[in-house]
Design a protein around this ligand. Structure first.
Ligand code: PMP
Ligand code: GLN
Length: 382
């Protein structure tokens, strides 16, 4: 082993996307839209590219994007944020997660994580020499096990990192659940790193609530957003962190040592995006909800057990009713090779051995014709 990373495998999203290409499968695995982001956002970035905005921007982000992030926080959540001292722009939420963990964790500190978890969380916590404390949510309802969560906090706890709306479960944390998490954070005097990349992708009237808006949490939360999800531009890799002015300098130093800056032309585009009117943000979730409904109905009709999805790009399905004899990794490989449709095994989001192993995650951020074709292929295969 030349480093701790030797124990980390290639991310499941890359593995399954490569397998999809190899077998000519429709890729409902890795979560990326097959449609483009808003034209005005793309035009703004293109104009900035041609307008000489091509050198290092300021370390914490271009002023207009920091201002747009602050205005977005005020508009949607009533949060007052100083754009000059409480916002750091990063190269995607992926960098933001690492930068926030670097900003608060010392070696030996404990960090509470909630399974199923996004695949970068655990390797980064371990790389920093911190100790992960895992709390497991279980299908089909993904309820927060309060006693276990409380037991995961202790004198060495420095932070909790969690994701709402949640990938892959589609769970949207309720106010009561967030209040419980907040009480533990106060009791143990620690921080929350909140991965909120799907903040605008909620359905059926479910509303995203940032932990940061709860009493006592303004100074203790590091809130992460992503242009990839909010503007359907996953390749842009522009993320933004909102946190208290006491935390931002350390976050900025982490960013300084990770990437230093983020492309200024893309930042310009994202600033235009965050200033779009409310109708844009409503339309984003309305259109996505229709895609969710289309895929969910089709999968249910084919015989999958379809779990409820309240937010995100993803539907989790139980494939046992199809009579498949094998685990989720085998299932996802088999449908890729035989049905030519790719999904992601949900065990990839668990570190613990007792992970539920008969669930597959399908992404619905795809055109209707693509979803229909995927359903036709699965129907012909079962
Ligand atoms: N967190 C979660 C929960 C995600 O699903 C993703 C992937 N889209 C990210 C973070 C990474 O976001 P970005 O592409 O902005 O780095
Ligand atoms: N967030 C995306 C997903 O969950 C994938 C991002 C990636 O490939 N790293 O599918």
């Amino acid at each position: 082993q030349n480093s701790l990373l030797s124990a980390t495998g290639t991310t499941i999203f890359t593995v399954m996307s490569a397998l999809a290409v190899q077998h000519g499968a429709i890729n409902l695995g890795q979560g990326f839209p097959d449609y483009d982001g808003p034209e005005d956002v793309i035009e703004a970035a293109a104009a900035a590219l041609k307008d000489g905005r091509n050198q290092y921007p300021p370390l914490t982000g271009v002023p207009e994007l920091r201002q747009a992030v602050a205005a977005h926080n005020r508009r949607f959540y009533g949060l007052e944020v100083d754009p000059n001292a409480e916002v750091v722009v990063t190269s995607g939420a992926t960098e933001a997660i690492t930068a926030c963990l670097m900003a608060v964790l010392n070696p030996g500190d404990e960090c509470v994580l909630i399974e199923p978890l996004y695949d970068t969380y655990l390797p980064v916590v371990k790389m920093l020499g911190a100790v992960p404390k895992l709390v497991r949510l279980n299908p089909p309802d993904w309820a927060l096990p309060r006693a276990e969560l409380a037991a995961a906090f202790g004198p060495k706890t420095k932070a909790i990192l969690f994701n709402t709306p949640m990938n892959p479960t589609g769970k949207v944390f309720t106010n009561a659940e967030l209040a419980f998490i907040a009480s533990l954070i106060e009791k143990h005097d620690c921080y929350a790193i909140c991965d909120e990349v799907y903040e605008h992708l909620t359905f059926d009237g479910w509303k995203h609530i940032p932990l940061m808006t709860l009493p006592g949490m303004r100074e203790r939360s590091l809130r992460i957003g992503s242009a990839g999800k909010t503007f359907s531009l996953t390749g842009w890799k522009v993320g933004y962190i909102t946190c208290d002015r006491s935390l931002a300098p350390n976050v900025a130093k982490a960013h300084q040592n990770l990437t230093f800056t983020t492309p200024p032309n893309l930042q310009r585009g994202v600033a235009v995006g965050l200033m779009k009117d409310d109708a844009y943000f409503e339309g984003l979730s309305t259109r996505l909800q229709a895609r969710r409904d289309r895929l969910a109905a089709g999968l249910a009709e084919i015989g999958f057990g379809v779990l409820e999805t309240r937010g995100s790009y993803f539907i989790t399905t139980d494939f046992r009713p199809l009579g498949f004899n094998g685990d989720d990794v085998a299932f996802c490989r088999t449908i890729t090779e035989e049905a030519k449709v790719t999904a992601i095994p949900v065990t990839a989001f668990y570190a613990s051995e007792e992970a539920p192993s008969h669930y597959a995650r399908f992404a619905f951020c795809k055109g209707e014709a693509v979803l229909d074709e995927a359903l036709d292929r699965l129907r012909a295969w079962v």
